[in-house]
Write a protein that binds this ligand. Sequence first.
Ligand SMILES: NC(=O)c1ccc[n+]([C@@H]2O[C@H](COP(=O)([O-])OP(=O)(O)OC[C@H]3O[C@@H](n4cnc5c(N)ncnc54)[C@H](O)[C@@H]3O)[C@@H](O)[C@H]2O)c1
Length: 436
Amino acid sequence: MGSELIYRGHETQPKSNSYSPKPTKPWFFEIRPIRYILREQRLLFVLLGIVIATLFFTLLPSSSPISHSHFLSSELTQPTHRIFYQAHSVFSSGGGKIPLGLKRKGLRIVVTGGAGFVGSHLVDRLIARGDSVIVVDNFFTGRKENVMHHFGNPRFELIRHDVVEPLLLEVDQIYHLACPASPVHYKFNPFFLNYDFLGIHKTNVVGTLNMLGLAKRVGARFLLTSTSEVYGDPLQHPQVETYWGNVNPIGVRSCYDEGKRTAETLTMDYHRGAGVEVRIARIFNTYGPRMCIDDGRVVSNFVAQALRKEPLTVYGDGKQTRSFQYVSDLVEGLMRLMEGEHVGPFNLGNPGEFTMIELAQVVQETIDPNAKIEFRPNTEDDPHKRKPDITRAKDLLGWEPKVSLRKGLPLMVSDFRQRIFGDHKEDGASTTMPLS
Ligand SMILES: NC(=O)c1ccc[n+]([C@@H]2O[C@H](COP(=O)([O-])OP(=O)(O)OC[C@H]3O[C@@H](n4cnc5c(N)ncnc54)[C@H](O)[C@@H]3O)[C@@H](O)[C@H]2O)c1
């Protein structure tokens, strides 16, 4: 018995024997997904969906990606740190819209030397940004008072520890600042003269090795605070990062200069050999509140002397030049370097150049026009000129200093006045206000 199907098939057979090809369909009907979409108005629904999604994302309030100029104009004070959150995310994520009110996740950050002058200002900024900060410091030149205003904050921890000993911490970023930076300390404490006493060289070499080892182990990003001293007594002026320097390897300053040069080498070795994400900053003379009084650095010397009505001591003929950077500018540069995509090294300094005599005159204008200047023989290996070329930092980090010496010096003076004459409590918090 023939099936119905067979029967119908017969009905649809062409009557004649002549071959007629099937009518051709448009080519896109042959592609299954397109055929599916075109059938039964599905295309209409797809288009409708696209329109609704576009409207939704266009009308949703959002922060637009922040331009460099916006970032540059951001103040460093508390009320504006939201701007930094957004700019930070743009930096690290490479752009994109961030819905308003959405904050970036706080990072866990170690700051070695965080109780020192620069470190404590950096800690203030990181805490204000919403990060959790662990300060590691042996208080060789740092002071608890510099960070005391964070005590009790659950996002702040302080560990008394010498970086020449290994340390294991789970962190995202390491700012490695630990190293006494003033001439007074590095001239009287070279590692090889007094083995038991913590030495500058040992801190720079072993301490940096330990922190790089930590970065490698936990996959943290590592920033080294190197120095303009790596250029020694430079034969090139101003100093560009590509200049290799003119350093005496056996002089009284060598434990600092050569120690930092070795630290840079170690940093690059860990980067190339172990894939550690690193950043290198070469810092030029920096001044501001919380500097050690009487630490032998020229700005703190002059300010302390003028306040105490002592003559300002100028070593040599006073024609040697330096550039002076206010601490908030440096901290901004360090943070941009850490968040940016470039290893460096980057010069971070103020290109404004002053002779020692000019500096003494600015101090006289600011504190005491009658302060006397006293000349003394110069110290060994004192560089004649120092001035950063900051083109690279301007181009790649969008950074340049904003605070002139005449604007920054009075802030340092009021901090020194409080600490020298004790006319205010010494909790550090009153001097944290950085400038833009
Ligand atoms: N301030 C400047 O003008 C300047 C210039 C160039 C480079 N730097 C670099 O910036 C960094 C900070 O300088 P600063 O001016 O704040 O100096 P600072 O002396 O005020 O701070 C250094 C901090 O490191 C701590 N420290 C020293 N040795 C340590 C160790 N072995 N273990 C743990 N902690 C230790 C000190 O106690 C101090 O708190 C230093 O690495 C310095 O070389 C500073």
